[in-house]
Design a protein around this ligand. Sequence first.
Ligand code: PLP
Length: 404
Amino acid sequence: MTNQFPVNRPLFDEVMVPNYSPSAVIPVRGKGSRVWDQNDREFVDLAGGIAVTCLGHCHPALTSALQEQGNKIWHLSNVMTNEPALRLAKKLVDATFAEKVFFTNSGAESNEAAFKLARRWALEEYNAEKSQIIAFKQGFHGRTFFTVTVGGQEAYSDGFGPKPGNISHAEYNNLESLKALISDKTCAVVMEPLQGEGGIISPTAEFVKGVRELCDQHNALLIFDEVQTGVGRTGDLFAYIGLGVTPDILTSAKSLGGGFPIGAMLTTTAIAQHLKIGTHGSTYGGNPLACAIAEATLDVVNTPEVLEGVKAKSKLIVDTLNSINAKYSVFSEIRGKGLLIGAALNESYQGKAKDFLNAAMDEGSMVLVAGANVIRFAPSLVISDEDIIEGLARFEKGVAKLAK
Ligand code: PLP
């Protein structure tokens, strides 16, 4: 397609709602973990589109699923079901604790469905009083008004008028704080099994086990938001498998489609029955094109080869970040699990994570932040060791420029 007018960063300010502040770099193509911009400048992608492109860019299995389904049928509606959705649901059910699947288009929509289902379940199984949802401070569950209110960051939910009610926030990794809030009036506790946006915070084993026990004591559902941790990111297909604690509802999106928008809510038959015909829906949820690509993604990711590879690649990144830190003393901690890794900046660099992101970008390496103090890495699960080494060598050049 030829452009009739300059298509560049200034055009963003002219025609786009100003809720983002994107980089001046406009990528136009990608292959594996390399990306090229409008000027054919090449970057190593250690960001993965915020934990989305789990098989890199233009993976042959996904491109061929896209083309194959694209030549068959793109969209129907929920008046009909379709083969890719049925196949994907069956594979998700077979691979997890779940017995039923509801498809959406994003993480927020998966969580919205989960919260509505939990409220409905509590109303029908118990009473109208059992409606409290407990989430955790610094948690993130999406940007719809319900999910952003459940998320534990008021900066994101304030300023939009009256919020959905009966939502409380406990402290992550603090069972006493959850104990102080939970009661028989709690319908659900929702947590990320590794807080992503909140700064790459892993839960302790006792905490996750304790949350499950408290939910059981008070007949509350446990919802795991695996939008960021799911589909191989932590080295297990879903993080709950590695933690050994099974939720009642699990939400997925991001990596599920490998870069094509799709989300899913997974649960048991007993709970799912409360979303009866007509109680919830989505025009695009379960779209055949999205499901065909997600099925191909799942087929590749859910193999010992890819999942074991995540653990090995994680070690390479963590070891390299530690050796960068030995030279420049910029990090207080390297943390996270699998290929969701955070490098927390030490006292001398507080609030400067975005500067490190920009410096890395200037050197040809794409990384992320998780809050103002943590640099986040969420690359493709099949990134080559060579790309990791090159991407982090470029990142190091950026660090060298900022280190005092
Ligand atoms: N939940 C978690 C844990 C997330 O990390 C995100 C996005 O960062 C979301 C939900 C929202 O997903 P989406 O942006 O696809 O709505």
